[in-house]
Design a protein around this ligand. Sequence first.
Ligand SMILES: Cc1ncc(COP(=O)(O)O)c(C=O)c1O
Length: 378
Amino acid sequence: MSGTGDFRPSLVRPALDGLAAYEPGRPIEDVQRELGLERVVKLASNEGPFGPFPQALEALARAAPELNRYPDGGAYRLRAALAERHGVPPAQVALGAGADGVIGSLCQATLDPGDEVVCGWPSFPSYVIDPRKLGATVRTVPLREGRYDLEAMLEAITARTKLAFVSYPNNPTGTITSRGELDAYFARVPERVLTVLDQAYFEYLDDPEYVDGIEAYVREGRQVMVLRTFSKIYGLAGLRIGYGVGPEEIVSAILIVRRAFDLNHAGQVAALASLDDPAEVERRRRLNATERGTIESALRAAGFDVAGPAVANFVYAGTGEDSTPLFEALLRLGVIVRPLHGFGAPEAIRVTVGAPAENAIFAEALAAVCATSEAPAQ
Ligand SMILES: Cc1ncc(COP(=O)(O)O)c(C=O)c1O
């Protein structure tokens, strides 16, 4: 019998109030079917445009018949190889289901309700969402001229701050702070705060100003966790392998909170097989740099405010108004870009650098959209 007596309090934790589930991008095939398009180009999620390295494909083929087995929960071989590559003990390497998985585990390992986190904004949404899921408070610090403002981040740190996220380069603006600013930040940040230096796009950069955070700060013993991933230049986004290199205490805590079999076998073998092909990394890096120019030129020609210098595999453009109509107009022409409402920048889009043919299609579509919107009303 129902009555006033059977009021049920929600079982859901109050920390989740106001948070929304991740909204996945629509599959390319769906968009194609709905809009009757022959081809759709997706430049929306900052993946690399090329598939896994040949060695990774071979390793995957060899691994496929063994998928009845659970993976090695400790990812022993991959962890050892990464430790060797970075000149640190394996005890300082934390693997995760993507760098995003490491961010989630790191938050779970360190944050209690009421603890504080600092990050720049607009920036990578997980820095805000993951701490909030745990009841922590996030202080977002506005970017200065499209870059992380590390001085202002230091000012936002309080006695309750445990984590400070620095997206380096910043997603979505694609910019970096200078080496001097980063050094000055590390000289001043309190020891009790763990800085998460997110280098998800590391392999795309060859700027002498760009610091290898593992070499410069982790190996110096700073309180820093540097993040890297196989989702970008290595073309393995679908297999979800990322890692963090940092203090042993934090890595051990991540091992406790992480689920035992989060690191799937296919991802582990493909990542391991991708480590010994510097020539392919270099080829992809160079091509990306050239092609990034195509995207930037197209956006500038359209009159948008392009953030720069862009150094990763994506370009940010301020559109001066809500970017939804532009996103929709490009979609109708078969090009998916990223409107940035969820990143704190509703008047901007982010365009991932694709393969040359894809970038040409984007440039053409953008020019067509702009020509239409500038045409005098009939
Ligand atoms: C700054 C930044 N960090 C982390 C990630 C997560 O990457 P993944 O979980 O695929 O390794 C991304 C992905 O776009 C990113 O842009």
